[in-house]
Design a binder for this molecule. Structure first.
Ligand SMILES: Nc1ncnc2c1ncn2[C@@H]1O[C@H](COP(=O)(O)OP(=O)(O)OP(=O)(O)O)[C@@H](O)[C@H]1O
Length: 654
């Protein structure tokens, strides 16, 4: 039988154990104690553990000794130092189950004076190695709550029952525990430092700490990148040169205002619009938070700062793209430009040749001509033929913009420039940068907008409404008007200087009546377009329709022709397109009375008009071609009007 002793008294005071020994044993123990103390005195960390097991084995005259650390699972230990067969050995890790160490780990001091292997038959190594005696002391944390590891000695000889070395082991277990606690604290600190430095290193934001004098004490890798300055250069330097004046003042004020007593609740979110300065002097927009920090009674400040340059740029690009998208969508909807520009008449060919010549230059073009003559079509053709064709063509109808908004629409506005200007907005000049701006109905511009437009034409620069920053653009201007600008200038309705600037290269679009040969061409072009769109097979214009179109003066020019053909195509039933009577009626209603014509009363005019219609319809009142349909009256209403106005069918025309 082996002799096993388990001491229940964990807190026995080892030194007093020694004092109780007989003098000769006490001396021997004191000698061993001194040699162990001297052998381990200067060592710390791993070196201490190595010295401890060595000195312990030598001092107590045993062959093996180790000190271990309990692993987190609680079921295994790893040696911190291992003395084996009278010499140092590599550390080992082992399961506690079926070992005397398992009992030690429950907090007991354990010793087996001989045949320890008999008590642990499953632990084959004990027998193999010829281990006879075992002594183990637990390492319990200072708080007494945590099992940390153990200190053990093993020997290949039985030992005496009253093995006094146990007192020594208790002394050194306390030392080993203190060293182990220090090692674990160091490890925890190292881990937390690693975590902190990996947070600092991986942070996208600059993290900077400042001391009370606002000198930099920490500068993370993101700060190095953002400020283009190495930490080694920045640390110890004042932070002020890295900030714009406004930000610098804000920081100074903040540091002064922070009350040490309420230090934790005084975080500051720096307002929008702040800028900082890179090491090379470049200023950039930032967002930042400032917070106070107390370390060991000393005041520090943390600045977390984000470079907003890219975000602002992306936002600006996004805004521009969104604006462009809206324009392009609008354009797709409204653009009715023909697949090709129809017109073989000399007048049209001449206008087109001018457009072709001027397209490749950056000259301002002024398109004049009656409404519907194709000024917008030519403006786009000039853009498409120019080198700017890959950039935007931005059409603006000046007549469609309310007077008070025209300037902000063209030149943009700053936030707060006027009531309702809640955000900054780019104008169409900025949008058209690199491309072409088409100002339709330019004669409708307000005086303010005329002045600004003149400046852009002269210097290619302007300010947004409410803005101070001068913006430069590269825009080609094409303007159009159906008004007589020269006359407007004379009458004071249009700036003369602007007129001359616009009139650099005028192209007059001929009216349709000036190019009758184009009428059938255009009519067929529109007929083909609408018939295809409506899925109708209309082969051609009827000869009568052609004649009618040629005899009509087209005050609304191509737009009107297009509308007439569309209407006729809707009504068409056969393969040949007919133009209904409405065209003649348009003509008659549009005829202006000449000065020699007598002025009639309303009733006399009504009578004359109804008569005229009746003559045209050969006195047919009802039906699709009848006078009532043309006059948009109920036939019985027309009859009663005729009766009232004494209109009777003449006998001759019966
Ligand atoms: N040469 C052409 N060939 C085919 N279609 C044309 C031609 N010229 C104009 N159009 C068409 O006629 C219509 C009117 O043209 P546009 O809007 O260019 O006239 P405008 O002179 O600018 O009119 P406004 O002065 O009223 O603005 C458009 O639908 C256009 O597509």
């Amino acid at each position: 039988m082996n002799d096993m002793v388990i001491s229940a008294d964990r807190r026995a005071t080892p030194r007093s154990d020694i004092e109780l020994l007989p003098a000769d044993e006490r001396d021997a123990i004191h000698l061993a104690l001194r040699s162990i103390v001297e052998g381990t005195a200067t060592a710390t960390g791993a070196e201490f553990f190595r010295a401890l097991v060595r000195e312990l084995a030598r001092g107590l005259n045993v062959r093996h000794a180790f000190v271990s650390e309990l692993l987190p699972s609680g079921a295994r230990v790893r040696t911190l130092a291992f003395w084996f067969n009278d010499k140092p050995a590599d550390n080992i890790e082992f399961d506690l189950e079926h070992t005397p160490c398992e009992i030690v780990m429950r907090g007991e001091t354990v010793y087996y004076t001989h045949k320890v292997w008999e008590a642990f038959p499953h632990h084959l190594r004990l027998k193999d190695l010829g281990i006879e005696s075992y002594f183990g002391v637990p390492l319990i944390s200072e708080s007494g709550r945590e099992m940390m590891g153990h200190l053990a000695i093993l020997h290949d000889q039985p030992t005496v029952k009253e093995f006094r070395g146990l007192a020594l082991m208790r002394i050194f277990a306390a030392r080993a525990r203190a060293e182990l606690e220090r090692k674990q604290a160091e490890q925890a600190l190292r881990k937390s430092e690693e975590r902190l430095s990996s947070i600092l290193a991986s942070a996208m934001d600059a993290i900077i700490t400042l001391d009370a004098e606002q000198h930099i004490t920490l500068f993370n890798p993101a700060a190095e990148k953002i400020f283009r300055c190495m930490a080694a250069q920045a640390i110890g330097q004042p932070f002020e040169p890295f900030l714009s004046k406004r930000f610098g003042n804000l920081l100074k004020g903040y540091c002064l205002a922070v009350q040490p007593a309420t230090v934790t609740s005084q975080q500051l979110w720096a307002p929008e619009g702040l800028t900082a300065r890179r090491h090379d002097g470049e200023e950039f927009p930032v967002e930042a938070t400032l917070s106070p920090l107390k370390i060991e009674g000393r005041q520090f400040f943390t600045v977390i700062l984000r470079d907003m340059t890219e975000r602002w740029q992306s936002e600006a690009t996004l805004k521009k793209l969104q604006l462009e998208k809206v324009y392009l969508q609008e354009e797709i909807k409204t653009r009715q430009s023909p697949d090709h520009i129809v017109g073989e008449s000399p007048a049209m060919q001449e206008a087109f040749a001018y457009a072709e010549q001027v397209a490749s230059t950056d000259s301002t073009v002024l398109l004049t001509g009656e409404t519907g003559t194709g000024k917008s079509v030519i403006a786009r053709a000039i853009h498409d033929m120019s080198d700017r064709r890959d950039k935007l063509f931005v059409p603006v109808n000046c007549a469609a913009l309310p007077g008070e908004l025209v300037e902000s629409e063209l030149f943009g506005h700053e936030k707060g420039a006027f009531t309702g200007a809640t955000t900054q907005r780019k104008g169409r000049f900025e949008l058209a940068d690199g491309g072409t701006l088409f100002l339709d109905e330019v004669g409708e511009l307000t005086a303010g907008a005329q002045a600004k437009l003149l400046r852009v034409l002269q210097d290619q620069e302007f300010e947004r409404v409410g803005g101070v920053q001068t913006l430069k653009v590269n825009v080609r201007l094409v303007a159009a008007t159906n008004r007589d600008l020269a006359k407007m200038v004379k009458e004071g309705g249009f700036r003369a200087d602007l007129y001359y600037r616009l009139n650099v290269f005028p192209i007059r679009m001929p009216s349709l009546s000036e190019r009758p040969t184009d009428i059938p061409l255009l009519a067929r072009f529109f007929l083909d377009k609408f018939a295809r769109k409506m899925g109708k097979s209309i082969r051609d214009l009827s000869p009568r329709a052609c004649e009618r179109l040629l005899n009509y003066p087209w005050p609304g020019n191509i737009r009107e022709l297009q509308n007439v053909i569309e209407r006729a195509a809707i009504l068409a039933r056969g393969p040949l397109l007919e133009i209904d009577n409405a065209l003649e009626l348009r003509l008659e209603t549009q005829e202006t009375p000449t000065a020699t014509e007598p002025l009639l009363s309303f009733e006399a005019m009504e009578r004359a008009y109804i008569l005229k219609i009746l003559e045209r319809t050969r006195w047919v009142i009802e039906g699709e071609q009848g006078a009532a349909t043309i006059l948009d009256l109920n036939p019985s209403t027309l009859r009663s009007r005729m009766q009232k106005l004494s209109i009777r069918k003449p006998k001759l025309s019966a």
